[in-house]
Design a protein around this ligand. Sequence first.
Ligand code: SAH
Ligand code: AVI
Length: 332
Amino acid sequence: MTPLLTTDAIVVESYVGPKDERSLADDVLDGLTRPFKELPPKHFYDARGAELFDRICELPEYYPTRAERAILEERSADIVEATGAAELVELGSGTAAKTRLLLRAMADAGTLRRYVPLDVTESMVLTCADELVDEFPGLRVHGIVGDFERHLTHVPPPDGPRIVAFLGGTIGNFTPGTRRRFLRAIGRLLRPGVDHLLLGTDLVKDPAVLEAAYDDSAGVTAEFNRNVLHVINRELDANFDVGAYEHVAFFDREREWIEMRLRAERRMDVHVGKLGLDVAFAPREELRTEISAKFTVKRLTADLAASGLELRDVLTDPDELFALSLSGRPAG
Ligand code: SAH
Ligand code: AVI
């Protein structure tokens, strides 16, 4: 662990370092040598990827952020009343833009004590810690720069009734088996009968609406998708011809998930210098970069139950595009 910042109100610890270059290296070695090439989505988010994601959230086609915000605007006070939360732990916190609505409701209820953001992007955790202690006098922030798949155990013990928030539909970026394992791991941060998980899930809907959200007319999602190749070029000394990969996004109706891929427009021979690895792409060969699962309440309930969590409430926006659910470990 490396301490990054310590003041009266803020502690920020980092659990990523040279070992995490390793994690990109392992993922590239493993993912690009498979019969069907694949990379995990966490490597999108360097500083440029985080900025592109912010732009995605503003796009007319990308409704999840606005829908989730609408629910939080309407229901944050109810969520705080139902949970009595004094502490908010947030996984994949990003800029914590929507989180402010929850923190405000906690402050208004007089319960707010601590915010614990966890994100892989260091600059995000540092900036939002700084901003939030200014915005909420008396708030303490314990920031964690880390990988939520590996570093959940570094979340400090609870300081009062806790909400663990996992917003934006990021849970949909896991494959189904990993998703349930991850929900179970989140459950270990919750005390039975006391703490809650607040989970954002995008809902199944018209495939045309879904596909437009992942293939916007301004091409921002395409840039976000290709950004992972820039990351590999820079971090692992590779020579992807980034512009020669086409953005592909489609809704898999059977699995009910969006899949994003990068399609090589011609034969490509890529060298990854730091790994001493040569990778060939056939013309039109595709590399899967992300899945984004869409949910029904039935599936959500089943996933939570399989992970030892009990659904308490499901909140949706007026158009039923997105759901925020509140769940917990059963008492006793
Ligand atoms: N919660 C915000 C941001 C969602 S974008 C919202 O709802 O708008 C996904 C966020 O998760 C990004 O900030 C990214 O840096 C972070 N992230 C992705 N994979 C991660 C991982 N494995 N560990 C920690 N953070 C991760
Ligand atoms: C972060 N995550 C929930 C986004 C999603 O919708 O799956 C990432 C994203 N990919 C393309 N656009 C946005």
